[in-house]
Design a protein around this ligand. Structure first.
Ligand code: GCU
Length: 393
């Protein structure tokens, strides 16, 4: 009896587990989509005007994302101060001024300091438009400030941008066990027990907002012309940040996939269950209710660009990045851009289907491109995105 039981455990349990975790890459197995209508309120009211959108429907959708997906992003604190320090060598002394800025924020008698690395075009006064990249990689060894393959500072400076970045771990480590060892336990401990409490994405977004606080008071920066950029997990972060903070003129999410650009209900590539199991520190605990039950989600990611509209939103995908579901990402912006088009009157209608795409689609305030190759933020992505920026900033 015992042997039979052991045999069953050895053979079937892994099979059952595998059938649950194998990602689907077969378009014919994507379920029929029943997506919530952005233009009908929870009480059934038709939403057509900017006023109804901003007073009724947008707040409903925002609250759903906050409680069911990302968790809260607290905005209050007692004091903020900025200190420019000189710790590392400037990698571009001929082209850029470097400011290594410690941003110290205090709340309820406790404080936390995060660091941004900030480059401004040299020998010019400005004010410059500014691009902030959220970097999820740990701080580089030996004081290296920039990996140009990922953050092309020299190119950005040459094009007249100021540009900054910070490492996510300086606010909340990207680790399920230690992510609270930053602003969460120090500044916002009351968030820890909440089912919709602050998690890593919210914490990284909070840091982007503090960087924006710095830009706003900087005499050489035109903070109204600001761009927030994130790749993959920080692409998801950038979208949620911009939904919370209207100060970003353009928001760019590169290959942000599940929980970012891509529709969850398609269950293609990474699923809600897969992401919550591997990265339990990214999203609100409530998001786990939808593990394996995406059809019961009261929202989907096509509603997210609407929280940013009429400010500009840009998505990009890579054909080799099926885990992030390129078609689901395209549908996210194609459907999501309806708010920019129908509520705010932007020229933002994506006419082509995903299968018909034959180049970047750059509209007024929304854009998309897909490139060949694998999951990465490459110079090709930046170059195409910067064309969109020059028409929308
Ligand atoms: C993993 C994760 C994705 C995430 C990616 C990244 O692949 O499953 O959701 O976007 O890491 O951040 O690179």
């Amino acid at each position: 009896m015992k042997t039979i039981l052991n045999l069953f455990v050895a053979l079937f349990i892994p099979l059952i587990a595998m059938s649950q975790t194998q990602p689907n890459y077969d378009e014919s197995k994507v379920p029929a989509l029943h997506l919530p209508d952005p233009f009908v309120s929870e009480k059934g009211k038709q939403i057509r005007s900017v006023e109804d959108w901003e007073k009724v429907r947008r707040p409903e959708i925002f609250r759903l994302f906050e409680s069911e997906v990302y968790g809260q992003l607290p905005k209050d604190f007692d004091a903020i101060s900025f200190e420019v320090v000189k710790e590392n060598a400037n990698p571009f002394p001929e082209a850029a001024d470097l400011e290594e800025v410690n941003i110290t924020v205090s709340r309820n008698g406790k404080s936390h300091t995060l660091r941004i690395n900030f480059f401004l075009p040299k020998f010019q006064k400005g004010p410059f438009p500014v691009i902030l990249l959220i970097n999820y990689l740990p701080t580089y060894p030996d004081g290296k400030l920039v990996d140009e393959a990922f953050w092309p500072v020299r190119e950005l400076i040459q094009r007249g941008f100021a540009t900054a970045s910070f490492h996510a771990e300086t606010v909340a480590p990207d680790d399920a066990k230690t992510f609270q060892n930053g602003i969460i336990s120090t500044l916002y401990p009351e968030q820890i027990e909440k089912k919709d409490g602050l998690k890593a994405f919210g914490a990284w977004g909070w840091a982007a907002m503090r960087a924006m606080d710095y830009f706003e008071q900087h005499p050489r920066i035109d903070a109204k012309r600001s761009v927030l950029v994130g790749h993959s997990r920080t692409g998801k972060t950038a979208l949620w940040t911009s939904a919370n903070d209207p100060r970003w003129a353009i928001t760019y999410a590169n290959e942000s996939g599940c929980g970012g650009a891509a529709l969850s209900k398609r269950k293609y590539g990474e699923t809600v269950e897969a992401i919550n199991n591997r990265f339990p520190h990214w999203f609100a605990d409530n998001f786990r209710k939808y593990n394996g039950k995406e059809e019961t989600l009261p929202l989907d990611q096509h509603l997210l660009p609407g929280l940013i509209a009429p400010r500009a939103v840009y998505y990009s995908s890579a054909r080799g990045d099926q885990w992030a579901d390129p078609k689901g990402e395209y549908l996210g912006i194609q459907l999501g851009s309806r708010i920019a088009a129908e509520i705010y009157g932007k020229k933002a209608v994506f006419e082509k289907s995903f299968e018909e795409l034959n180049g970047p689609v750059h509209h007024e305030s929304v854009g998309y491109h897909i490139r060949e190759g694998k999951h990465d933020l490459t110079w090709e992505d930046w170059r195409i995105f910067l064309e969109f920026v020059s028409n929308n900033l």
